[in-house]
Ligand binder design. Sequence first.
Ligand SMILES: *[C@@H]1O[C@H](CO)[C@@H](O)[C@H](O)[C@H]1NC(C)=O
Ligand SMILES: *[C@@H]1O[C@H](CO)[C@@H](O)[C@H](O)[C@H]1NC(C)=O
Ligand SMILES: *[C@@H]1O[C@H](CO)[C@@H](O)[C@H](O)[C@H]1NC(C)=O
Length: 240
Amino acid sequence: MRFSTASLLALPLLAAAAQQETPLEQAKAQAQYWFDKISSYIPNPNRQHTPHAATAKAGGKSLHVLTLDNWEHTIRSSVKPTSTTPEEWWVFVTGGNKTCFGHCIKAETAFNETAALWSVNPAAPNLAYVDCDNQPVLCNSWGAGPPSLWIMEVSTPPAPVDIRVKSLNATDTTVKTFTDLQASKEWKEKPVYDGYFHPFDGPLAKYGVAVPLGYVFWVFATIPSWLFMIGISFLSRSVM
Ligand SMILES: *[C@@H]1O[C@H](CO)[C@@H](O)[C@H](O)[C@H]1NC(C)=O
Ligand SMILES: *[C@@H]1O[C@H](CO)[C@@H](O)[C@H](O)[C@H]1NC(C)=O
Ligand SMILES: *[C@@H]1O[C@H](CO)[C@@H](O)[C@H](O)[C@H]1NC(C)=O
């Protein structure tokens, strides 16, 4: 009976693959097929924000709350096709008890206060906020850990997006940390990030596997270890 199960599983793959041309496209179609299948069984870990909470308006400029669904559009849409200078984005990556062990509150409060301070300052960068407790897949797909600040310079594509990542000290980050950083432009001395997980230009994002990987990491982090052990012992027994 093993054979028939295997061929049954292979059928939709072949059907999906037959419509594609190159082997790469076929492989991508197969991966997409399984990803869609599997993700329909996974509970959605990304907690939605109500539209009301999506932008916390404080005067003129707002603090954008990023989610897996809106981050790219939110950031990209700030760039006007005619503009010659890149849009500067400061994305604050934070977490609660799950991803930051409750240590991010101080830095997060400082960032929120900075956002309020800058809301009336037209020269201030665009500000955004990611909570890894609510957006585990987004954080995993960027390889981002709290508390950190992702400073992005965004131009019209195909120009690359320059990103510099600054880890923040959870115990001594204050409003002054951010205002000093903006005044001194010291962040510009950091090397530009060019890792695999670069959200816009990294190879994982280009091939569309960053988000599926984000789900994989999230599942591994979520499965209780006892379940994992049972799975492994089950697998090794059926192999032997
Ligand atoms: C985080 O943990 C602290 C201390 O254990 C607790 O008081 C607080 O309610 C928790 N917060 C959330 C959002 O679960
Ligand atoms: C900071 O602002 C965000 C977005 O408005 C909000 O969700 C979060 O609760 C705020 N954090 C603190 C510590 O005030
Ligand atoms: C964070 O700041 C505190 C106080 O200034 C310092 O003692 C600590 O070593 C710093 N931690 C890191 C990781 O730099």
